[in-house]
Design a protein around this ligand. Sequence first.
Ligand SMILES: NC(=O)c1ccc[n+]([C@@H]2O[C@H](COP(=O)([O-])OP(=O)(O)OC[C@H]3O[C@@H](n4cnc5c(N)ncnc54)[C@H](OP(=O)(O)O)[C@@H]3O)[C@@H](O)[C@H]2O)c1
Length: 288
Amino acid sequence: MSSAPTSYLAELVGVFGYPVAENPTGVMQEAAFAACGLNWRYLNIEVRPADLPAAVAGLRAFNMAGINLTIPHKVAIIPLLDELSPDAALMGAVNTVVRSGGKLTGHNTDGKGFLRSLREDAGFEPAGQHVVFLGAGGAARAMSVEVALAGAERITIVNRTEARALPLVALLNEHTDCRAAYVPWNGPYAVPGDAAVLVNATSIGLFPDVDAMPAVELDSIRPRLLVCDVIPNPPRTAFLQAAAARGARTLDGLGMLVGQGAIAFRMWTGVEPPIDVMRRALEEVFGG
Ligand SMILES: NC(=O)c1ccc[n+]([C@@H]2O[C@H](COP(=O)([O-])OP(=O)(O)OC[C@H]3O[C@@H](n4cnc5c(N)ncnc54)[C@H](OP(=O)(O)O)[C@@H]3O)[C@@H](O)[C@H]2O)c1
């Protein structure tokens, strides 16, 4: 007679979003659960904005271990939680909730995933450096706060819409030790000579607009610059290809996506994430 498993109960996590059907995070999380022999499930759960409070009540009722949040729930979730990590409070946005002892705590792992990728994939330490972000939306906000908390000396926010950039610059100057400045983006941007990192934190280049490129003077991209893109699909964006053709080092958005997923995996399961398994699972999705 074969021995029966001791429990048929799976631990549940997932993502609340609207739309959420195309979110591939579950592919890497499920691959990681399988690799670690964990009986966990990651579900894409479509939650309309008005239903978010009921969905959070459901999360508590189902005793779920946690949840990711994507558009449009990253800010709306905050009043429904019991506490926030200090950096999620600073950013004013949550992408990962961890349930522990009946309490729901909101975290933001987007910026931490970028930092992990910057340090471990590119071998770059941002402390004391000048980092330039193209964009001032949710991704730029999460990344710039983490880079500032990691000790970057200067941060430049280059953005089309001043009303979105100025509050971010004020937040960085008031709550971190870095010096932040805003540069309006109304033509090709010339990267300053002292910048060590240039990050495309806009949605320009995301599938299906794969030929679109952020407006940057390509002559200002020098070989010692590290050029990063948040776009995970396709991983090798036209922008990264153009930067590499100028001799710059490049870092793709898959590393950030894997990094934030790995941090969430560790927070939920307490198990060390199999990062290579997670990256390979996403490369199969995106053809990296
Ligand atoms: N790799 C990862 O793990 C990861 C994680 C999070 C997000 N992302 C990606 O990051 C991208 C941005 O996400 P988000 O949440 O920050 O979006 P968001 O909050 O909507 O912000 C979008 C930003 O892009 C700028 N932008 C968009 N189109 C532009 C254009 N044609 N010209 C100039 N600026 C333009 C916007 O400028 P305005 O302020 O002027 O409108 C804004 O600063 C998305 O593609 C997302 O997939 C990747």
